[in-house]
Design a protein around this ligand. Structure first.
Ligand code: SAH
Length: 343
């Protein structure tokens, strides 16, 4: 059997063989094909849309790669509860059944304020999923948000290797805490997503293998990876962006290792390649996260340079994505798009 066939059959390979698979393009076509077969087996042609609301670009953290890190010069904004609810109303009318609230770690949004926002969305849209992507909080805060109606949480671990983590983050942040947050979120009952950047500065193949091993330990419901893209004004502004091919290869590897995972074809892929998101879907991804933020703020959530879809109204965005998804051979699903668990 080829390594791809064995990866598919066992959802696993020894480190050495994973390394070989990741470091060559020889198996790419076979990988995409196997990953697409597995995704069709579990999720059919369905692609789930998640309406992304980037509600604040203030951040108390100083991650070296991120364009909205606290020490970067950036024009800052915050959305009011009313603005957030407006985004949800527009999204609901367009057919979105998941709202993702993403932002920097912004203490302006106290737990009480977040609970108020989450409860309001929950009472207006009982048939929708509410996903949070707001960074590291205490177990108590995570519990309160869950009780108010949030049911999914995205928190990329960024890299599972201690020394790599410390080269990407300031000393006050810790990988141990980030991992602990992920296990806590799972324990509370959230559908949990994690992931990492492909081609972040100093990343090695061994780091990526550690990422895959950590995800086997966590068993996430969602896995988001995107190529690293340099952001002006950050310490990494002159670094190379991550490879699109390696990102696609990894999407396929993850589909074979985690057949039931919800895997987005990310905006970062679309930023680096005109058909990046279509290629991501063909490599095994089954989620797309169009932007629902008000157009006047979109350009300001500049976690990296040249981010796409910052000038379009939400409705235009949806039409464009629908064409792209159908051209790749898939269909938008109108369902809430929960994970199909493997047990
Ligand atoms: N504050 C939240 C949301 C972060 S933004 C949190 O801590 O989870 C979402 C993701 O964007 C991050 O997890 C990171 O993986 C990614 N990101 C940040 N800067 C990036 C860059 N320069 N290139 C590509 N992806 C980046």
């Amino acid at each position: 059997m080829s390594p791809v066939e064995r990866l598919r059959a066992n959802c696993d390979l020894p480190d050495e063989e994973l390394r070989n698979l990741l470091e060559t393009d020889l198996f790419d076509e076979e990988l995409y094909k196997a990953a697409d077969e597995v995704r069709r087996c579990v999720y059919g042609k369905d692609v789930y849309l998640r309406g992304l609301i980037e509600f604040t670009n203030y951040c108390k953290n100083d991650c070296l790669y991120c364009g909205i890190r606290r020490s970067n010069k950036a024009e800052r904004y915050r959305l009011t509860k009313e603005q957030i609810l407006d985004c949800c109303a527009q999204g609901y009318a367009l057919g979105y059944r998941t709202f993702v609230l993403q932002g920097g770690e912004d203490p302006f949004y106290t737990d009480d304020l977040l609970c108020d926002i989450i409860s309001s969305i929950r009472s207006l849209y009982s048939d929708c999923a509410i996903t949070l992507s707001i960074g590291e909080k205490s177990e108590e805060s995570y519990r309160r948000f869950f009780e108010c109606g949030a049911n999914r949480f995205l928190l990329r671990h960024e890299t599972a290797d201690e020394s790599h983590y410390s080269r990407l983050h300031p000393g006050e942040m810790s990988l141990a805490n980030r991992k602990q947050c992920l296990f806590t979120l799972k324990k509370i009952g959230y559908q949990v997503g994690t992931g990492f950047m492909v081609g972040s500065p100093y990343q090695t193949t061994q780091n990526i293998i550690s990422d895959l091993r950590f995800m086997q330990e966590l068993s996430p419901d969602m896995i988001g990876i995107g190529s690293f893209i340099p952001a002006s004004g950050t310490p990494f502004e002159s670094f190379e962006h991550g490879s699109v091919l390696l990102t696609l290869r990894l999407i396929s590897v993850m589909r074979l290792m985690f057949p039931h995972a919800l895997i987005p074809s990310t905006t970062a892929l679309g930023t680096l390649h005109p058909q990046g998101r279509e290629l991501g879907l063909k490599a095994g991804a089954n989620v797309v996260m169009p932007n629902l933020s008000p157009v006047e703020y979109r350009g300001k959530y500049a976690i990296y340079d040249n981010k796409i879809c910052t000038g379009e109204e939400s409705a235009q965005c949806k039409d464009c994505l629908q064409r792209r998804i159908e051209s790749a051979g898939y269909e938008i699903s109108g369902s809430v798009g929960n994970v199909k668990r493997n047990n």
